[in-house]
Design a protein around this ligand. Structure first.
Ligand code: GDP
Ligand code: MN
Length: 439
C-alpha cells in the first residue's frame, strides 16, 4: 500500500483508521499502528455480533493458561480453536517470542489448549501487522472450532469516494486481502449502500452470490450480510471486517474472525462500546496524550513533530523524511487546542529520550498562533528545554511578536536540526510544506 502522503490525505486518514497504517515518503515507509482510536479485541467484536444475530462460534475468554484449559473443557466441543487476542491481524501466521508458531491453533484435546495458552499469554506475538517486537498477549479466546469448507472475505466500511458505506467482498478470503486486490482485482466486489435507504435485499443477495454462496447458503449469507450492515450502522462503526466469512460442510455461514473500528465522534452515543476500549496495547505516552485530547503516535526517529491537523502532520513527516531525517512521533494538536494542552504536549515530547529536536509546524486557523506561542513559552520556561526547537507559525495571529516571544524565552528557536537541511527557518520550512500541498 503506497500512498503519496499529503496529496491523498483523505485516503491516508481513512487508512490510518481502517487498516495497517503506512506513511510513505520517498523510499521510506513508517508503519503507524492504530492507537488513539477505539479498538476492540476480536472477542468483544464477536460479542456485539452475536448479540445482533450474527453467527459466530461459541467461545470463552481466558487470562491464564489454567482458565483456558477450564474453558476448553467447558466448551465440550469436538474440536477447539485457541486464538491469541491482539488488535493486529495476521495472527494465524504470527510467531511468539516464546518460540510458539501461530497465534491461532486447532486441537481436539483440552489439555493441549492449556499447554498452548501457556506459551501465548504473557508473550509477544509478532505478525505482519505488528511492530517487529510484536504485541503482548494478555488474553486468549477459546472457541468451538468448526470445519471450514470455503473462506470468503467481507467488509463494510465508510468510503469517502462512495460518500457512504460500501460492502467489499471477495470469494477469495482467509488470506491477505491486499494480495488478492493486487493480483486478482476482478475478485474484489463492491456494493455501494445508500445510508438513508439502508441495504437492499437485492444488494445482499448479489454480494452473497459474488462471494460464491449457492443454493440455500446464498440467502443465509445474504441474511448475515444484512445483519452485519445493520450492526455497522447501529454501533457507528467505520469498518466491520470479517475474514474469513466462511461456510461449513454442514451448510452454515459463520463469521470466523472479526475486526470492528469505530467513529470516535460517536462516543457520546455509544458509551457502552467505548467503555470496552482496550488501551492495554497503547504506549503509556499515548494514553497520557489521549487524556489531554492530543493525538499522539510514536515513531522511531528523533525529531518530534508538533503539528495541528492530520494533513499537515503527514506533510511535516514527509518534509522530515525528504530531508533525510526521521520523525520521533506524530503529534496532532487538533482544532480548538488550549494553552494548557500545548504545555502538556511539550511535556510529553521533552520526556521522550528519543527526541533530539522539536519541530513545531502550526497553521493557525481556529487554533491561533498566540495560543501556541504562549503554550510553548510557558513550557520552555518550566521544562528546561534541552533540545533545539524550530518553530513555524503561520495564519491567525501570526505576528512577529509570537516569534519574538518564543525567541526571547528560549534563545534557541533558530537552532538547527541534525539530519534536516541546515539553517531551517520558518520561511523555507513553510515553502517546503506549501509546495507539498500544491504538488
Ligand atoms: P488472523 O490470522 O488474525 O486473521 O486470525 P483468524 O481468526 O482469521 O484465523 C486465521 C485462520 O485460522 C483462518 O483464516 C482460518 O483458516 C483458521 N481458523 C480460524 N478459526 C477456525 C475454525 O474454527 N476452524 C477451522 N477449521 N479453521 C479456523
Ligand atoms: Mn482473519
Amino acid at each position: 500500500m503506497a500512498y503519496p502522503v499529503a496529496a491523498q490525505a483523505g485516503k491516508l486518514l481513512r487508512a490510518l483508521v481502517l487498516r495497517p497504517r503506512f506513511l510513505v515518503a520517498g523510499s521510506q515507509a513508517v508503519q503507524l499502528t492504530s492507537r488513539r482510536w477505539l479498538n476492540l479485541q476480536e472477542y468483544q467484536s464477536k460479542k456485539l455480533m452475536s448479540d445482533n444475530g450474527v453467527r459466530v462460534q461459541r467461545f470463552f475468554v481466558a487470562d491464564t493458561a489454567n482458565e483456558a484449559l477450564e474453558a476448553a473443557k467447558r466448551l465440550n466441543a469436538k474440536e477447539i480453536v485457541l486464538k491469541a487476542q491482539i488488535l493486529a491481524g495476521g495472527r494465524g501466521k504470527g510467531v511468539f517470542n516464546s518460540g510458539l508458531k501461530g497465534g491461532v491453533h486447532l486441537t481436539k484435546d483440552p489439555n493441549v489448549v492449556g499447554q498452548l495458552a501457556k506459551q501465548m499469554i504473557g508473550y509477544n506475538l509478532a505478525t505482519k501487522q505488528t511492530p517487529k517486537e510484536g504485541v503482548k498477549v494478555n488474553k486468549v479466546m477459546v472457541a468451538e472450532a468448526l470445519d471450514i469448507s470455503r473462506e470468503t472475505y467481507l467488509a463494510i466500511l465508510m468510503d469517502r469516494s462512495c460518500n457512504g458505506p460500501v460492502l467489499v467482498g471477495s470469494p477469495q478470503g482467509g488470506v491477505d486481502i491486499e494480495e488478492v486486490a493486487a493480483s486478482n482485482p476482478e475478485l474484489i466486489f463492491k456494493e455501494q449502500i445508500d445510508i438513508f435507504e439502508g441495504i437492499k435485499d437485492s444488494q445482499a443477495q448479489r454480494m452473497a452470490e459474488n462471494l460464491g454462496f449457492v443454493g440455500p447458503l446464498k440467502s443465509q449469507a445474504a441474511d448475515q450480510i444484512t445483519k452485519l450492515y445493520n450492526l455497522f450502522l447501529k454501533i457507528d462503526a467505520t469498518q466491520v471486517e470479517v475474514n474469513p466469512f466462511g461456510e461449513t460442510p454442514e451448510g452454515q455461514v459463520v463469521c470466523f474472525d472479526a475486526k470492528i473500528n469505530f467513529d470516535d465522534n460517536a462516543e457520546f452515543r455509544q458509551k457502552d462500546i467505548f467503555a470496552m476500549d482496550d488501551k492495554s496495547e497503547n504506549e503509556p505516552i499515548e494514553n497520557e496524550a489521549a487524556k489531554y485530547d492530543l493525538k499522539y503516535i510514536g515513531l522511531d526517529g528523533n525529531i518530534a513533530c508538533f503539528v495541528n491537523g492530520a494533513g499537515l502532520a503527514m506533510a511535516t513527516c514527509d518534509i522530515i523524511f525528504l530531508n533525510g531525517g526521521k520523525p520521533a512521533n506524530f503529534l496532532d494538536l487538533g482544532g480548538g487546542v488550549k494553552e494548557a494542552q500545548v504545555y502538556q504536549a511539550f511535556k510529553l515530547l521533552t520526556a521522550d529520550p528519543k527526541v533530539e529536536a522539536i519541530l513545531v509546524n502550526i497553521f493557525g486557523g481556529i487554533v491561533n498562533c498566540a495560543i501556541i506561542a504562549n503554550g510553548i513559552t510557558k513550557a520552555c520556561r518550566e521544562l528546561e528545554l534541552k533540545v533545539p526547537l524550530v518553530v513555524r507559525l503561520e495564519g491567525t495571529f501570526m505576528e512577529k511578536k509570537s516569534y519574538m516571544h518564543i525567541r526571547q524565552e528560549t534563545g534557541n528557536s533558530n537552532g538547527n536540526i541534525t539530519g534536516i537541511q541546515e539553517n531551517v527557518t520558518h520561511q523555507n520550512l513553510s515553502k517546503c510544506a506549501i509546495s507539498i500541498f500544491l504538488s
